[in-house]
Design a binder for this molecule. Structure first.
Ligand SMILES: [Zn+2]
Ligand SMILES: [Zn+2]
Length: 348
């Protein structure tokens, strides 16, 4: 690499990482050195051969000290809002079945509680005002970063072929399990050539597999803006909500897929998983059965159906499920121990 000073006919030797450096350029050659550039902060001159290490170091630091904190913050906010919605629902929504089981005192209490809805809705308006402050601050930060974004990215002659190269690089990294680096490759690809649905979905998967479920969820929602009936993004949203333990919300998204394709086996299984988590074993089995109609040899679907039957104390049926699963994977320890538990229960 040539020294950027045109009259210096030499190769770059060092780069400067000093915080307060006011030299024109951070790259320097031996002649720069002789002319005493960066003289006040020699210790911050790094050999150019260390550049890629430095880039990696910054990338890791960014992930650990910034992105992770933001992820935790957004998880906390989402979790709190989720709990708040749950509490409000449980106070103001009551099923017609449960209503029939209440006695006069309970109905009286219920009515007293219902009167409170106006207060709650007033509190939510106040909450929106507080939230607006945070939203405005975030918006300012984004705009700041936008205006600071260096033009080095736009200056090079990037094109669609280059975007594709980053995409392929991302796929390779993803397959090797390096999700954070894959994410950055997909990001670069999308920066050069935005709104590529395939790349956006892989970006969502990278976030998902790095356990950033909230970010993955937002990414899948971005895809939905471009293609409202994209099954992969609908599934991704549902799956993230499942990971975030928001089972009934997840089911709403899986149902949107099932409207488009009622035989989507993967979705039927995942919907079953949500129902199982909500202790609704009967309906879970119904979903697993439908999934198994489409794809009879899915090990985990069979195993999950067995677990539900076991919960319902239908041990004989559970055992026959586990036997089917063991035909697909005869050494699976989880299924083996589930089966022997059922056998013990039958002997009692
Ligand atoms: Zn120079
Ligand atoms: Zn300097």
């Amino acid at each position: 690499m040539q020294c950027p000073f045109l009259d210096h006919n030499q190769q770059v030797e060092r780069f400067c990482i000093n915080l307060n450096c006011c030299e024109k350029l951070r790259l320097s050659c031996n002649q720069c050195h002789e002319e005493s550039f960066h003289i006040g902060h020699q210790k911050d001159q790094k050999l150019i051969s260390n550049l890629s290490n430095f880039v990696e170091e910054i990338s890791n630091k960014c992930e650990k000290e910034v992105i992770q904190i933001l992820t935790e913050l957004s998880d906390q906010i989402n979790q709190m809002i989720f709990l708040l919605k749950d509490k409000i629902r449980s106070q103001f929504q009551i099923s017609s079945y449960r209503l029939k089981t209440l006695n006069n005192i309970q109905i009286n209490q219920m009515l007293c509680q219902f009167i409170n809805l106006n207060n709650v809705s007033q509190e939510i308006i106040e909450l929106k005002v507080v939230a607006q402050i945070l939203l405005t601050t975030l918006d300012e930060r984004i705009k700041n970063l936008d205006s600071n974004q260096l033009s080095y990215k736009q200056q090079s002659s990037w094109d669609i072929a280059e975007a594709r190269q980053y995409y392929i690089e991302g796929l390779t990294l993803f397959k090797n399990g390096d999700y954070v680096k894959a994410l950055s490759a997909f990001d670069t690809s999308l920066m050069i050539h935005p709104n590529q649905i395939d790349v956006m979905l892989w970006k969502g998967d990278s976030l998902y597999y790095s356990n950033s479920y909230q970010d993955a969820l937002m990414q899948f929602k971005q895809v939905l803006k471009l293609d409202q009936s994209n099954i992969n993004s609908l599934y991704g949203i549902g799956d993230c909500l499942y990971r975030l333990n928001q089972y009934s919300e997840a089911i709403c998204w899986f149902d949107r897929i099932l409207v488009l394709n009622s035989k989507h086996a993967k979705t039927l299984t995942k919907k079953g998983d949500c129902l199982q988590k909500m202790n609704n074993y009967q309906e879970a089995i119904f979903c697993y059965d439908k999934a198994l109609c489409e794809d009879p040899s899915k090990f985990w679907t069979i195993q999950s159906k067995g677990s539900c039957l076991q919960e319902l104390k239908k041990y004989q049926e559970a055992i026959s499920c586990y036997d089917k699963a063991l035909m697909l994977d005869q050494n699976n320890q989880i299924v083996k121990s589930q089966k022997s538990y059922c056998e013990q229960m039958l002997q009692k």
